[in-house]
Design a protein around this ligand. Structure first.
Ligand SMILES: [Zn+2]
Length: 300
């Protein structure tokens, strides 16, 4: 029955935009494991470079407008100054995109450096790690290449290339292809002026959308995977109820900004329970269990 409900709604690829930062400081200081089953923890959000949260959001909103015009569905992890989904960390950002079966998680940031002359654009992608990113590695790298190329072309900014990252919580918990764009250096006076101008933000947004269009057509990719998936979803939901997952996430604010996907959101509430169970499965499950779970939840 699930497939009957999903198919007509999931006709267009969904791009999950994740404007970085905006976490309330008390929550940002909390720690979380950098990957499923990991004993390494990191803070949820250090706040980023001064002024970054607002720049990230401005670029995200322009990107959303262009993507919608191009025929994509779009969900944003935040549409205002504050990020509030789930428990407010990077695991929550990944899960926000996972439960929507995004064709791409596009994380938007701006850089900072001690050297004020540092400038240019780079794109981060998940380093390969079995059980964590093996299922999203190839597509993430492909997306990173295409988006970085389009961004440099659209902005004329210096090309700082691609950077594999093994330590980013938001990558390691993602079950959908994920990349993170550093759109320029706010610590460089010239680049800061540009990044805070609407004209340049629009150029960045155009570059992002051109990259997304090269990566995935807005067409019916998700519909096919949704139709093929019901049996594994049933298995997943059954197994998840045995986990000690304590999802405090409500997803209320998140659901409201995902266009045309209210039914999907309701459906994914059951999946969210299972994804958070991965975090608490260290004692019982371990890496192999979480790896299997990840593969099941992957929407490619
Ligand atoms: Zn940042």
């Amino acid at each position: 029955m699930r497939r009957v409900v999903l198919a007509p709604l999931a006709a267009a690829a969904l791009i999950c935009l994740d404007p970085g930062h905006g976490t309330p400081p008390a929550i940002g200081a909390q720690t979380e494991p950098i990957g499923p089953g990991s004993h390494v923890t990191k803070i949820k959000d250090g706040g980023g470079t001064a002024g970054e949260a607002a720049v990230n959001l401005a670029i995200a909103k322009r990107t959303r407008t262009l993507l919608l015009h191009a025929g994509y569905r779009v969900a944003m992890t935040r549409t205002g100054p504050t990020f509030r989904y789930g428990n407010g960390g990077n695991i929550a950002r990944a899960q926000f995109c996972n439960v929507r079966h995004a064709a791409l998680m596009l994380r938007l940031h701006a850089d900072g450096a001690v050297n004020p002359r540092a400038h240019g654009i780079s794109t981060l992608y998940p380093a390969f790690r079995r059980g964590w990113t093996d299922d999203i590695y190839a597509q993430s790298l492909r997306a990173a290449r295409l988006v970085q190329r389009s961004l440099v072309r659209a902005t004329g900014a210096a090309d700082l290339g691609l950077v594999p990252r093994s330590d980013l919580t938001g990558f390691n918990w993602a079950n959908v292809p994920a990349i993170l764009v550093e759109a320029g250096f706010l610590t460089n006076p010239t680049e800061r002026v540009r990044l805070e101008s609407s004209a340049y933000q629009e150029r960045v947004a155009r570059g992002l959308v051109a990259g997304v269009e090269a990566y995935v057509r807005p067409g019916r990719r998700l519909m096919r995977s949704a139709v093929r998936r019901p049996s594994s979803w049933t298995r997943l939901r059954r197994s998840s109820t045995s986990g000690a997952g304590s999802a405090r996430s409500t997803g209320v604010s998140a659901a409201s900004n995902s266009s045309r996907s209210s039914t999907i959101v309701r459906d994914s509430a059951s999946l969210r329970r299972s994804s958070s169970a991965r975090g608490s499965s260290r004692g019982s499950g371990g890496p192999s269990t979480t790896g299997a779970l990840r593969r099941v939840t992957t929407s490619r």
